[in-house]
Design a protein around this ligand. Structure first.
Ligand code: LLP
Length: 391
């Protein structure tokens, strides 16, 4: 159960807000930083998961790199202390402007996702008299066994360069004077829970592709296996820190690599999901003809994951305890039928005015929020700071 620290009278605080457990956050980052050293796996935080400045600053100071997917993320990462050479930049649709800005900044690697992108980067770098560090993102056609909407490594997906284009890529990179080939990149999907099997399959596929590039005369110094490590949305307290050790062990064991080759990863969710909860108030409990609706003052505009992916977030009542269990649909106030956090969820008896926490919202929560219906954004509260004063 979530315990709020430094929160004054719970009945009076404005809602909804994001509550950050900063002890857990720091413990998670310190753990991944230590394991990164132990296993020799270089970690880039995927900033898209949560760009809260306090989190990003701490992650940069812990020595991790950054994984970005837009020009603005690259600029933001640099403003928040990531050295350019520790930044990797993926994405299927980088504009000329985004490519030139990142080139000028001297980022560590463009993780390029199409032949056209490589040709454009080659031309821009030539015009600017610079050399672009590139890794080639190959679509390995490996199933991540996760939700279809967060699967990225199948032939049906828009991501990565199809294997059929590998020869053309190799020719282009070898003939270019403006591209500095760093290595290969893969990312097969997100919220991967079958860690050993899925990441072993990714490694097996990567082994073949790395060998193909090297056999064709390109030295692969960096092998970036992407992000994707899942978290336990059902048991956020007993599995608060994800299994980074198991992940790194699986990768280092199954990826064929020489001592001079560096393994990189790009976790987002695993670093930040468990450290934040969305705290909301029950506005009404409405007894419908077929369902009981718990109506919150947070909606899909605050936390989109349930509406978009049918994602599960644990819901806890922070202010009222009851032994009586009821079946509820927990919904938001937004004028959309998909504004549902949980359908047919068994919860203790819930009443108007109760405060509830939607757990594990630290990743892809606040960053995917909007002001739809002209709703005000949820504010942030940190466990190690006084509660914001609204007077
Ligand atoms: N690297 C690349 C190239 C990515 O596209 C992503 C995530 C990551 C790394 C980080 O993946 P993670 O470790 O967080 O699984 N909004 C969805 C997740 C979308 C993930 C997009 N790409 C959700 O709420 O589940």
């Amino acid at each position: 159960m979530l315990k709020l620290k430094n929160v004054p009278d719970l009945r009076k605080v404005p809602t909804p807000f994001w509550y950050y457990d900063m002890d857990l956050f720091r413990r998670t980052i310190d753990t991944v930083a230590a394991l990164s050293q132990e296993y020799g796996v270089i970690v880039h935080y995927s900033i898209k998961a949560n760009a809260e400045p306090r989190l990003v600053d701490y992650i940069a100071a812990a020595g991790l790199g950054a994984d970005c997917v837009s020009g603005n993320e690259v600029l933001y990462a640099m403003e928040h202390g990531f050295a350019p050479e520790k930044i990797v930049f993926a994405g299927v649709g980088k504009t000329d402007r985004e490519l030139s800005d990142a080139l000028r900044a001297g980022i560590g690697s463009f993780n390029s996702e199409s032949l056209e992108e490589l040709q454009t980067l080659d031309r821009l770098a030539g015009e600017m008299g610079l050399k672009a560090n590139v890794s080639v993102r190959i679509n390995p056609d490996v199933d991540a066994h996760t939700h279809r909407f967060i699967t990225t490594g199948l032939e049906m997906d828009k991501f990565g360069i199809p294997k059929k284009d590998m020869d053309q890529v190799i020719d282009l990179v070898k003939s270019s004077r403006n591209l500095h080939f760093k290595g290969l990149h893969f990312h097969i999907g997100s919220q991967i829970t079958d860690v050993e099997n899925v990441f072993t399959n990714e490694c097996i596929s990567a082994n073949g592709i790395v060998a193909y590039f090297e056999d064709h005369g390109l030295r692969v110094d960096n092998i970036d296996l992407g992000g994707g490590l899942g978290v336990d949305y059902y048991n956020p307290d007993s599995h608060a820190v994800p299994e980074f050790g198991l992940w790194f062990q699986t990768l280092t064991e199954h990826l064929r690599h020489r001592p001079d080759q560096q393994i990189h990863v790009e976790p987002g969710r695993a670093l930040v999901a468990q450290c934040a909860s969305l705290v909301a108030r029950v506005i009404f409990v409405k007894e419908g003809e077929r369902k009981s609706f718990v109506i919150l003052d947070a909606g899909m505009n605050d936390l989109l994951r349930p509406a978009l992916y049918g994602a599960y977030h644990k819901i806890e009542n922070l202010t009222y305890k009851s032994d009586e269990l009821r079946l509820y649909d927990v919904v938001g106030p937004v004028c959309e039928s998909t504004d549902v956090f949980a359908e047919d969820r068994t919860l203790p008896l819930t009443r108007r005015g109760d405060l509830v926490a939607l757990r594990s919202g630290g990743a892809y929560g606040s960053v995917m929020s909007s002001t739809y219906n002209m709703r005000a954004p949820a504010y942030a509260v940190f466990s190690d700071e006084p509660f914001p004063d609204f007077k």
